[in-house]
Design a protein around this ligand. Structure first.
Ligand code: UTP
Length: 300
């Protein structure tokens, strides 16, 4: 790759979101809120913090809500302005800061995450770029996960893939990497497999939804034939890439919530509420009350 700083971030949001049906019949998974902001907003803020000024959303024809969300809401803004609701007006206006542009490309058919990333090829061009999966929400008190990775990529000149340690019995839910010994937060990857059974897994280091990738990945994606489930897998293209260029696993600092699952979304909501300036105390009381009431009922 090169030591060039990333400027473009790709958000593949064209999946079907079947695990959140029936809600996802009309509400894209990425628009589900944690408190008052949709998942996509958390990912966008993380990309902007990392230095990205071009955000590429790979959507499908049913996901107007994502484009609408980043569009200007004239009527709403006028009403808030007339009513003197300046605080809310600022919230609506600053979904995207000035100088950041949103670009939308369509993935006509849900042919997999790898295929969705390939749809962004023309816009990304020949420079390193980020991929963020908004349903992986990463919380950190310090710099966001992507900022940490963008800094690391700029220093190493290598692709960087976010990983976290998972319990050995969970390897079947993730891409799993085999690496050389870690130096600090980075370890060079020499193998990657998609969703291995625990007995076949080369480690318990799982890939999560943040990547800084070399543009060379596009050639690898073009050469990738459909794998598991008839989908073009990003994992297969990364497996090909690491034979040609350095690809590092990056153990980021932060807590990741898998908001693509029911329990992950609940956990994220609880954690953000407990950490919230105004909601922390009432949320704590409400949880204690709920646990107390359920406890009493369990005894009856
Ligand atoms: P998931 O595996 O979470 O699939 O995709 P999904 O369709 O979103 O959700 P479920 O499993 O049916 O509930 C991982 C990421 O890849 C994107 C998804 O939007 C999500 O961000 N994706 C997946 C695409 O953009 N296109 C695809 O063809 C497949």
């Amino acid at each position: 790759m090169t030591n060039k700083r990333i400027r473009k971030a790709v958000f593949p949001v064209a999946g079907l979101g079947t695990r959140f049906l029936p809600a996802t019949k009309t509400v894209p998974k990425e628009m589900l809120p944690i408190i008052d902001r949709p998942l996509i907003q958390y990912a966008v803020d993380e990309a902007i913090e990392a230095g990205c000024d071009t955000l590429v959303f790979v959507t499908n024809r049913y996901k107007h809500a994502v484009a609408d969300y980043f569009d200007k809401a004239y009527e709403l803004e006028q009403k808030l302005e007339r009513a003197g609701k300046t605080e809310q007006l600022e919230l609506v206006r600053h979904v995207l800061p000035e100088g950041v542009r949103a670009v939308f490309v369509t993935q006509a058919e849900a042919l997999g995450l790898g295929h969705a990333v390939l749809c962004a090829k023309e816009i990304v061009g020949d420079e390193p770029f980020a991929v963020l999966l908004p349903d992986d929400l990463i919380w950190n008190r310090g710099p966001g996960a992507l900022k940490q990775m963008a800094d690391a990529a700029q220093a190493s000149g290598a692709s960087e893939i976010a990983v976290q340690d998972v319990p050995p019995e969970s390897t079947g839910s993730y891409g799993i990497v085999a690496t050389e010994a870690f130096k600090g937060r980075e370890g060079r990857i020499h193998g990657i497999v998609e969703k291995p059974a625990p007995a076949e897994a080369p480690s318990n280091l799982a890939v999560v939804g943040r990547y800084v990738l070399s543009p060379r990945i596009f050639q690898q994606l073009e050469a990738t034939t459909p794998g598991a489930g008839g989908e073009i897998q990003l994992t297969d293209a990364i497996a090909a890439l690491l034979k040609e260029e350095a690809v590092n696993a990056y153990r980021f600092q932060g807590t990741r919530f898998d908001c693509g699952t029911h329990i992950g979304l609940i956990e994220a909501t609880i954690r953000y509420a407990l950490d919230h300036e105004k909601l922390s105390d009432p949320a704590r009381e409400m949880m204690q009350r709920a646990l107390g009431e359920l406890g009493v009922r369990d005894l009856e």
